[in-house]
Each structure stands twice: as structure tokens, then as C-alpha cells.
Design a protein around this ligand. Structure first.
Ligand SMILES: Cc1cc2nc3c(=O)[nH]c(=O)nc-3n(C[C@H](O)[C@H](O)[C@H](O)COP(=O)(O)OP(=O)(O)OC[C@H]3O[C@@H](n4cnc5c(N)ncnc54)[C@H](O)[C@@H]3O)c2cc1C
Length: 391
């Protein structure tokens, strides 16, 4: 039987919702997590995998990083490719020992679900929130079967298409939305990684990004036409283009394998300001979206969850609202910095003017930007500060 009342009603058991719930529960704040999908689905939904060092530190502090540290892979370089040449960028000596971990998002969600349930947390799978009422008073989350969950605070961690943001009256949020001209086909394959770091290939035919996921799974992103669909990309075309775009003038091996999942990625950015309305707080993709270049979306969602947890713990354990009141302002400064970086990186990696007469000129500008990045220590330091994330 669902609780009728809780302090924090968390909508969504993705990275943001689950980290928030674990931290609240461990601090003695009562919460209920509602998730519309089943446990199996949530534990296997493959998305991002690049975890920033500061998120790893946070997880470690809360004793949530055990599996990540045991089975994740350390990543301390990123490679660019252009014109058959490699341009490797090592994080050291500039990064002060910081690195990324490669640990698929669904594994971390699985760890957080296990930790929350082991702590006795209340998590309802296959329970969709339909609407949220009375956001400026005592909010109530309405469920599909007509039941209601009364909360002191609602945390909308229900992703890009959830109900939380839509429950806020029109005009109360300023949502800055940006649609990039670029489009990507995302390809998940049962193929061992062909590199031990991310490869971003800049190519006249369009970008190609290779990201390792696990020792047997790799993800590839191929820049494609905005109107193209999966039907335009049979598996033979995918591997042919991957080979062309990642080609080197030196020997190297591309590992291929069965394609297990594909999708067209909407290259969209969105930031909603403020990330709060009354007693409803938004976190993660419910409040902001970034394209996958640079691996920021998953990390921003976890950082939101941490800050919101700290604010709500203070609010419910001491009655001090200052930190939760400052949540939106605090997070938005960091989210806009990440947006600016991703915007810059989109233009670095993607072939501008894809398929148009401008492409040749714009590709040369793109190449000049890469040359500057690898030749200028100052430019490289600024890049790594954001890419590795130590600001
Ligand atoms: C194909 C793909 C690749 C990506 N690659 C990367 C990457 O490489 N690096 C990176 O950093 N980011 C990446 N991202 C982005 C990253 O996955 C997201 O930023 C991250 O999942 C955001 O976490 P979240 O918890 O805010 O939302 P989500 O992970 O979307 O979780 C929201 C949860 O809410 C649930 N929900 C929704 N509506 C309701 C409702 N009404 N009631 C109850 N539950 C509800 C959903 O089922 C879901 O479980 C990728 C995304 C995609 C789609």
C-alpha cells in the first residue's frame, strides 16, 4: 500500500532521482520514489557512461562507488582524429591527477536502487505520476489509479518528457531552448572497444565519435542528415562510414559486431529557470538538456541531486530553508557553464554545413580550431578544465 504522505515525493528512478533518494533516506528524511517503468527496464536502460572525477568522489564519500571503482575503467585521455592523423590529448600534467571513469549509467542506477532498497527505502516501480496538484501549498502527486501521494516537497526527477515540468503554470519558468543544426545517429554494438579513450573524428563526411562502454560493448555516434532516419542507415552503411571517418594513415583495428540498439539523437539544449516552482524542485533532464558531446548530462543530473539533497536535508532536519532556496541559483550557474562548453564542443566536433556548399570552408575552420587546441597550452588547459571538470 502506497504511503499517503511523505516529506519528499521523488518522481523518477533515473540517476538524479535515485541519488537524491539515497542521500535523503540516509539522512533520515522520509521519501517515496515513483517510477513508471519496471525494475528490469530501469536497470538495463543504456545511455551515458562517462563519470566525472568529482561525481566519483561524491559517490565514494557516500560509500556508493564500490562497483564503479571495481569494474569501471579509468579514462585519462581523449583523442581527436583529422585527415588520417591522431591528435591525442592526455589529461596530465594539467589535470592534477583527475580522470574520468567509464561506468554505464544503468549500472550506477542499479547500484543506487540496490542501496536504497537495502536501506529500507520506499520505491514503487510501474507507478506513474499523472499530475501534481497544489504546487504552492501542500503538493499532491496524482497516480494513474486515482490514488494521491501528499508531500511537503516534490522532486521532479522524471527526465525530459516527465510530468513535473509540465505541471508548472505557463510563464512561471523561462525555458531557453536551442535546436542544433546537427543530427547524430547513435549506435550501440556488441563490439569490444577499439580504443581506451573517447575518439572524436572530425571528417568532411561528418563527425564520428567512438566511446567504450564495457569490455564487450561500444557506442558510436555518426553525424547524419537532419531528415535521415534509421532506415537510411542499414548496418553496412553504419560500419562503412565508421571506417571512413575513423580512418588513420597508420595501422589500427576497428572492432565491429552486432548492432544492438540505434536511435537518432535530437541535438537539443534546454535550460529552465528557475529550477523550482513553489514546493516542486526540478533536477536533471527535467530541468535541462545537453547533447551527448562532452558527456555532461548524466554528471549534471547527479550534481543537481547532490545539491538538492543537501538543501532538503537542512530544510527537514533543522528547519533552515536557505540552502534549498538557493538551489536553483547555485545549480544554474554551473549548468550554464556546461551549456557553454558543450556548445563550443559541438562546433569543434561536428562538421558544419553538413551536405552544403559551405562544408569545405567550414571544415577548414574546424580543422584550424583543432590545431589550435593541440598546439596552444593555454587553450588546452581551458578545454581540460571543462572537459575533465574541475572548475
Ligand atoms: C542515447 C543517449 C545517450 C546518452 N549519452 C550520454 C553520455 O554519453 N553522457 C552523458 O553525460 N549523458 C548522456 N545522455 C544523457 C543522460 O542519459 C541524461 O542526462 C540522464 O539520464 C539524466 O538523468 P535523469 O535522472 O535526470 O533523467 P532520466 O535518466 O531520464 O530518468 C528519469 C526517470 O523518470 C521516469 N519517469 C518519467 N516520467 C515519469 C512519471 N510520469 N512518473 C514516474 N516516473 C517517470 C523515467 O522512466 C526515468 O526512469 C544520453 C542520453 C541518451 C538518451
Amino acid at each position: 500500500m502506497l504511503n499517503e504522505r511523505t516529506q519528499v515525493g521523488v518522481i523518477g528512478a533515473g540517476p538524479a532521482g535515485m541519488l537524491l533518494a539515497v542521500l535523503l533516506r540516509r539522512a533520515g528524511v522520509d521519501c517515496v520514489v515513483l517510477e513508471r517503468r519496471d525494475r528490469e527496464y530501469v536497470a538495463n536502460r543504456a545511455r551515458g557512461a562517462t563519470v566525472e572525477h568529482r561525481v566519483v568522489d561524491l559517490l565514494r564519500r557516500h560509500d556508493l562507488a564500490g562497483n564503479l571503482l571495481r569494474t569501471g575503467a579509468v579514462e585519462d585521455a581523449v583523442e581527436f582524429r583529422l585527415g588520417g592523423r591522431r591528435y591525442p590529448v592526455r589529461y596530465e600534467p594539467l589535470a592534477g591527477g583527475r580522470s574520468h571513469y567509464i561506468y554505464p549509467q544503468q549500472f550506477l542506477v542499479r547500484d543506487l536502487v540496490d542501496a536504497y532498497l537495502a536501506d529500507g527505502g520506499d520505491l514503487r516501480f510501474e507507478t506513474a505520476a499523472e499530475a501534481i496538484d497544489d504546487l504552492t501549498g501542500q503538493p499532491r502527486i496524482r497516480l494513474a489509479d486515482g490514488r494521491e501521494l501528499r508531500c511537503d516537497v516534490v522532486a521532479g526527477c522524471d527526465g525530459e518528457y516527465g510530468v513535473a515540468r509540465r505541471a508548472i503554470p505557463a510563464g512561471a519558468l523561462r525555458c531557453a531552448d536551442y535546436q542544433y543544426d546537427y543530427a547524430w545517429l547513435s549506435v550501440l554494438a556488441e563490439a569490444p572497444p577499439s580504443s581506451d579513450c573517447v575518439i572524436n573524428a572530425l571528417h568532411e563526411s561528418g563527425a564520428c565519435v567512438h566511446v567504450r562502454r564495457t569490455p564487450t560493448v561500444s557506442r558510436f555516434y555518426l553525424q547524419c542528415g537532419r531528415d535521415e532516419t534509421r532506415a537510411d542507415w542499414p548496418d553496412e552503411r553504419i560500419w562503412k562510414e565508421v571506417r571512413i571517418r575513423l580512418a588513420l594513415d597508420e595501422p589500427w583495428t576497428l572492432h565491429t559486431g552486432p548492432v544492438t540498439d540505434t536511435g537518432t539523437v535530437r541535438m537539443r539544449s534546454l535550460v529552465c529557470d528557475p529550477m523550482r516552482y513553489g514546493s516542486l524542485f526540478l533536477a536533471g533532464d527535467a530541468a535541462h538538456i545537453v547533447p551527448p558531446v562532452g558527456g555532461k548530462g548524466f554528471n549534471l543530473a547527479l550534481a543537481d541531486a547532490q545539491e538538492l539533497a543537501l538543501g532538503l536535508i537542512e530544510r527537514f532536519t533543522t528547519g533552515d530553508h536557505r540552502r534549498s532556496d538557493a538551489y536553483s541559483q547555485h545549480r544554474l550557474a554551473r549548468i550554464w557553464r556546461a551549456q557553454e562548453f558543450v556548445h563550443w564542443m559541438m562546433d569543434l566536433v561536428n562538421t558544419p554545413g553538413y551536405g552544403t556548399a559551405d562544408a569545405a570552408f567550414l571544415h577548414r575552420v574546424q580543422a584550424a580550431r583543432l590545431t589550435r587546441l593541440v598546439d596552444s597550452p593555454a587553450y588546452l588547459a581551458a578545454f581540460l578544465e571543462d572537459y575533465v571538470g574541475w572548475w
